[in-house]
Design a protein around this ligand. Structure first.
Ligand SMILES: Cc1cc2nc3c(=O)[nH]c(=O)nc-3n(C[C@H](O)[C@H](O)[C@H](O)COP(=O)(O)OP(=O)(O)OC[C@H]3O[C@@H](n4cnc5c(N)ncnc54)[C@H](O)[C@@H]3O)c2cc1C
Ligand code: FES
Length: 277
């Protein structure tokens, strides 16, 4: 019998963490020990998550592939599937198929300085890459991480952020659009306002940008103004997806499918595909 490529694999929710307002992080393990051991992925790849009775949604893998035996997803509860997932408890079973998509360049940017610019839950796919890069710290130059959210309660991955800030030759700057709770001692303003605060050797830097479309739009304009080459600006595209496998035709940009050829693209590729971002 041929395998049904749309059939979800069963995974157990081992742990649920409240990551930020409206965002939960799920630690998952495959029920089948063979699948658990063999599961491998690249940062930037995603999977289709099934909540039985509610449907499927594409979600990026936020854990680093260095961590074996389990993986993590961070999910904002915005609609039918994601809110049904937020109602699940530790020990419950959900479905997962993947990994899908191309993932971020890794070996290709070794020896580069790296700039990460993220907004809100956009840090989820980048967290996977950042943690993988820090596990091979001596292969990369300076790592700068600029992260913003609308207000402090929306900032994700605070434990990782504190750890990253302590690591050698790295820099982490945080900002929020507004800080109503007075306890905020950090920057205020959009994440692009952090760019002038860091020293960069632009010739040798690759930028990874992830967040809401409007943020990506303005950050790319800022980076181009600073002199970044178009092929050194890497971002991820979100599209409504169904199959995740390049079969249904729901997610195309020009002749490419975001689920198959993306979701990671350089700005140069997006421009060549006629994508107006
Ligand atoms: C490759 C990829 C990776 C993603 N990674 C993550 C992740 O790591 N964490 C996370 O929380 N979300 C992620 N998303 C977004 C997530 O897939 C959607 O929020 C989810 O599909 C919404 O499903 P739902 O049934 O809960 O919402 P629905 O009931 O379908 O919709 C709720 C609202 O969200 C809007 N919406 C739904 N899907 C999208 C979308 N793809 N883009 C923009 N708006 C949408 C709808 O228009 C509606 O306003 C990713 C999406 C893609 C394509
Ligand atoms: S989601 Fe079906 S082709 Fe991309």
């Amino acid at each position: 019998m041929t395998e049904n490529i749309y059939a979800p694999h069963l995974v157990t929710i081992e742990k649920i963490r409240n990551e930020a307002e409206g965002v939960k992080t799920f630690t998952l393990t495959f029920k089948d020990p063979v699948e658990r051991e063999s599961f491998n992925y690249r940062p930037g790849q995603f999977g289709e998550v099934t909540v039985f009775g509610a449907g499927e949604a594409p979600i990026s893998i936020t854990s680093s592939p260095v961590n074996k035996g389990y993986f993590e997803l961070s999910v904002a509860g915005v609609g039918k599937v994601t809110q049904a997932l937020h109602l699940k408890r530790e020990g419950d079973i959900i479905g997962f198929r993947g990994p899908y998509g191309n993932g971020f360049p890794f070996d290709e940017v070794k020896s580069n300085d790296i700039l990460f610019v993220a907004g809100g839950i956009g840090l989820a796919p980048l967290r996977s890459l950042i943690n993988q890069m820090f596990s091979e710290r001596n292969k990369f130059g300076k790592i700068s991480i600029l992260y913003g959210a609308r207000y402090p309660a929306l900032l994700c991955f605070r434990d990782d952020i504190s750890r990253w800030a302590e690591l050698k030759n790295s820099e982490v700057l945080l900002t929020v659009d507004t800080a109503p709770d007075n306890g905020w001692q950090n920057n205020i303003g959009v994440v692009g306002s952090l760019l002038p605060k860091i020293n960069m050797n632009i010739e040798n830097t690759t930028a990874f940008v992830c967040g809401p479309p409007i943020m990506i739009h303005f950050i790319i304009l800022d980076l181009l103004k600073l002199g970044f080459k178009k092929d050194r600006i890497i971002t991820t595209m979100e599209r409504r997806m169904e199959c995740g496998l390049g079969k249904c035709g729901h997610c195309n940009i020009g002749e490419k499918y975001v689920c198959l050829d993306g979701p990671v693209f350089s700005y140069q590729q997006l421009e060549e595909l006629g994508e107006n971002i």
